[in-house]
Design a binder for this molecule. Structure first.
Ligand SMILES: NC(=O)c1ccc[n+]([C@@H]2O[C@H](COP(=O)([O-])OP(=O)(O)OC[C@H]3O[C@@H](n4cnc5c(N)ncnc54)[C@H](OP(=O)(O)O)[C@@H]3O)[C@@H](O)[C@H]2O)c1
Length: 346
């Protein structure tokens, strides 16, 4: 493992900006990469395309990947592990455990099971110590019991884990995790259609806990590219989990019924376009900019099925902030039209 340098990375030619990752001394790209797509559940992303996605990210200043053991039953981690060996930049890799079988729930939360999952992540990522291990939306009851946090601390003491955090579904779960001594990061859904976590994000930042934002594009909705008749491949959760048939409905289209969400995306577009400036960015970039305008967010992790999407998303980092007036209108839009449609724990 390379040593951590607080001021790494040095000046880059890309427009990327960096933010401190909690109290770690690390600075991470404010636009990073979600790697669920490299595993499964997003149609077929080939090994070649996955490599191109990772390379495009790193070549353009991204230094933070989010993955999980369960994405494609280890495929995402294995692809990242191989990629890390092929280049020499230090990439901060955040993985997750808690949802992989065997043994599965509820046995996944014993010290033995946590240890086994951590060791398997290390093998697939080909590292001696994991940068960050996040609990992967585990049952709230397990987080309340608190034992699983003890296990993470034990593995940290043994130098298998450098830092640990939690990915959560609801704001309440997030606040619960913030009470845990030593927590480094929180991951939560936060986007134009999911504005509730603002208080949590503020508190996390106050406590020096890094905030990782997932679903920044609400599974692609906030790129404004879908119509009510859009369809998705068989192996895509946007096909088989639109109403939460397989896992938390909130992880697909932010929990909003698809036909209604498409209409909302169309309605929000002109508000986002008010602050066009000379750059005239695409809707995806404006949607990501809205999140980046919150200085308490540490990094956003848009996923990508194609490498050109990575390049487009990175450009959100160099856009001018949206105006206060636009922010106000986007907040009113959310409160009046979106909030009441959200399903799932929130
Ligand atoms: N429980 C958890 O902890 C959890 C759950 C979910 C996700 N995550 C993490 O969060 C990451 C991000 O969330 P997500 O991938 O679910 O949602 P997302 O980032 O909101 O949406 C990603 C999808 O949006 C589309 N897209 C991306 N950039 C685009 C662009 N510039 N223009 C047009 N379309 C674009 C792509 O879909 P298509 O091109 O296929 O349409 C892409 O697969 C995941 O990769 C994963 O690492 C964690």
């Amino acid at each position: 493992m390379g040593a951590y340098h607080p001021h790494w990375p040095g000046p880059l030619l890309s427009p990327m900006r960096y933010r401190p990752f909690g109290n770690t001394g690390f600075k991470v790209s404010e636009v990073s990469l979600g790697c669920w797509q490299l595993g499964a559940d997003w149609g077929d992303v080939s090994g070649e395309e996955a490599d191109a996605i990772l390379k495009t990210a790193v070549d353009n200043g991204i230094n933070f990947f989010d993955t999980a053991d369960v994405y494609g039953a280890g495929r995402s981690e294995a692809i990242i592990g191989k990629f890390l060996k092929s280049q020499n930049k230090k990439i901060f890799v955040a993985t997750k455990i808690g949802r992989f079988s065997p043994p599965g729930w509820p046995e996944n939360f014993t010290l033995d099971a946590v240890r086994t999952h951590v060791m398997n992540c290390k093998k697939r990522l080909q590292v001696g110590c994991l940068d960050l291990v996040q609990l992967h939306c585990i049952p709230a009851g397990e987080m309340k019991k608190g034992l699983v946090f003890e296990h993470l601390r034990a593995l940290q003491q043994e130098h298998h884990i450098r830092f640990w955090g939690a990915s959560v579904e609801s704001v309440d779960e997030g606040f619960l995790c913030l009470q845990q001594q030593g927590i480094c990061s929180l991951q939560i859904i936060y986007n134009l259609f999911r504005q509730k976590p603002e208080s949590l994000i503020k508190e996390a930042n106050r406590k020096g806990v890094a905030v990782i934002v997932r679903l920044p594009l609400a599974s692609g909705l906030l790129a404004g590219k879908f119509s009510p008749s859009s369809s998705f491949p068989l192996h895509d959760h946007r096909n088989y989990n639109q109403d939460g048939q397989r896992f938390n409905v909130g992880e697909t289209f932010a929990g909003i019924p698809f036909p209604k969400a498409v209409v909302l995306a169309e309605q929000i577009k002109p508000i986002l376009e008010e602050t066009a400036g000379s750059q005239n960015p695409a809707m995806a970039q404006r949607s990501l900019r809205w999140i980046l305008d919150n200085a308490d967010v540490t990094t956003i992790i848009p996923g990508a099925t194609k490498s050109h999407q990575v390049r487009e998303n990175i450009l959100a980092s160099s856009l001018a902030p949206l105006t206060e007036g636009t922010h106000r209108k986007l907040n009113s839009f959310y409160k009046e039209k979106v909030e009441c449609l959200i399903r799932g724990p929130y």
